[in-house]
Design a protein around this ligand. Sequence first.
Ligand SMILES: C=C(O[C@H]1C=C[C@H](C(=O)CCC(=O)O)[C@@H](C(=O)O)[C@@H]1O)C(=O)O
Length: 268
Amino acid sequence: MKFTTGDATYWYEVYGSGEPIVLLHGFTGSTQTWSNFITKWKSSLQIIAIDLPGHGRTNTPTPKTMIACCQDLNKLFHHLHLETFHLVGYSMGGRTALSFSMMYPDFIKSLILESASPGLAVRTEREKRREKDVELAQRIEQEGVTNFVSYWENIPLFSSQKKLSATIQQSIRNERVSQEKDGLASSLRYMGTGSQPSWWEELKSFRKPVLLVVGELDEKFQLINQRMEKHLQKSNLTVVKNAGHAIHVEQAEIFGKIVTEFIFQNSN
Ligand SMILES: C=C(O[C@H]1C=C[C@H](C(=O)CCC(=O)O)[C@@H](C(=O)O)[C@@H]1O)C(=O)O
């Protein structure tokens, strides 16, 4: 289904009925990221999966910053008459879910962040990261998506995915190569880790329940989330064994169990 606001058209999908949960994919992803979770849980939950700017079937001619994207999501949730819901985000989708929660906390019943971060606290680090994000965006524009994906799927952060079956690895690749180069480049430039605001200071005032999920093989994001847990009032950090960055793929059953148990514990 499509929701239009200004010159932006967001693609979203709604499944099932019951406790509402919103799913936000990561960089190079789409609603397809959640197909395993949706198949398994749509009989127990109302699931809303959204394509973020620059991804899937969402079209945003005017580039969307993280703040602008969250303002659009606010309009979409009002359009859907969603008063409160559980918000799940993976990686870039986790940064987006956290940003949205900081901006519109009243919507949030619980927040589930998979391999996410609140951005970079130090201005010079943000500036350096933004330069890297822009360089990567230029690489995508010059070399095209297929060549970029061949690079991207081999960065150390995703090394644990090499243990996955060829079929699953191919499905991740298929989702990535289906993206548009201008969309990915715009996402990096305007919603990348270096472009978004830092929410580190605001974490301590967020009062809703937060589940932080990281893979035991993802050292970088384990350290980030250990820091996040110390800043948050009501959070618990779950480290999933034999998983790297993409727990929802690498340990799909465990991911589904952890997330749904947390949702039902916080569904009142
Ligand atoms: C490589 C780093 O940053 C990227 C890592 C993960 C994020 C993501 O959404 C990847 C999803 C995927 O490809 O499965 C991405 C983001 O948050 O936009 C980051 O650019 C790093 O070392 O920080």
